[in-house]
Design a protein around this ligand. Structure first.
Ligand SMILES: Nc1nc2c([nH]c(=O)n2[C@H]2C[C@H](O)[C@@H](COP(=O)(O)OP(=O)(O)OP(=O)(O)O)O2)c(=O)[nH]1
Length: 148
């Protein structure tokens, strides 16, 4: 483990050395949850999939359930890993799972100041972080299509 990953408390991926950020395509009633970041300054105001860094020794799916509990105050379960891995800032990669709500209504408790449930035809209405756009496009394929 490098000094920087120790300092941040996040676990590097054993294969690549990159810190894995796990994020949820939380799907409910045909919509996807988008979350607006409140910090850090360079990301504030942009929208993302809720999640966070995997801690050392933690399974990614467990990290995601924990992050959704901490950030949104909900119980959720992961469903399907969305194939692929997307680079974030140097040394960080994003992996995404679809997730289902088990209980609670998401609230922006940490890291976010607004949440929105978006249907497939509404996904372009928020300003996604550039690095999230490919993952969001993949997640969108799991949403029901627009009705004619
Ligand atoms: N959660 C999340 N983070 C993302 C996304 N896209 C993206 O670039 N990031 C960046 C923002 C942060 O630099 C990093 C994740 O950090 P975080 O602040 O959400 O993680 P965390 O909850 O574990 O935070 P902390 O313990 O460091 O406070 O990845 C995304 O879709 N979801």
């Amino acid at each position: 483990m490098t000094e920087s990953t120790t300092r941040h408390g996040a676990g590097p991926d054993r294969g690549t050395g990159a810190v894995v950020v796990v994020a949820a395509a939380l799907l409910d009633r045909g919509r996807l949850l988008a979350a607006r970041r409140s910090a850090p300054a360079e990301l504030a105001g942009r929208w993302e999939l809720p999640g966070g860094k995997v801690e050392p020794g933690e399974r990614p799916e467990d990290a995601l359930v924990r992050e959704l509990r901490e950030e949104l105050g909900v119980e959720a379960e992961t469903a399907e890993r969305i194939p692929g891995e997307w680079p974030l800032k140097p040394g960080y990669v994003l992996r995404v799972w679809t997730a289902r709500l088990l209980s609670g209504e998401p609230r922006p408790l940490e890291d976010h100041d607004e949440l929105r449930w978006l249907a497939r035809d509404e996904l372009d209405t928020v300003d996604w972080l550039d690095q999230d756009r490919p993952a969001v496009a993949e997640a969108a394929r799991r949403l029901p299509g627009v009705r004619p």
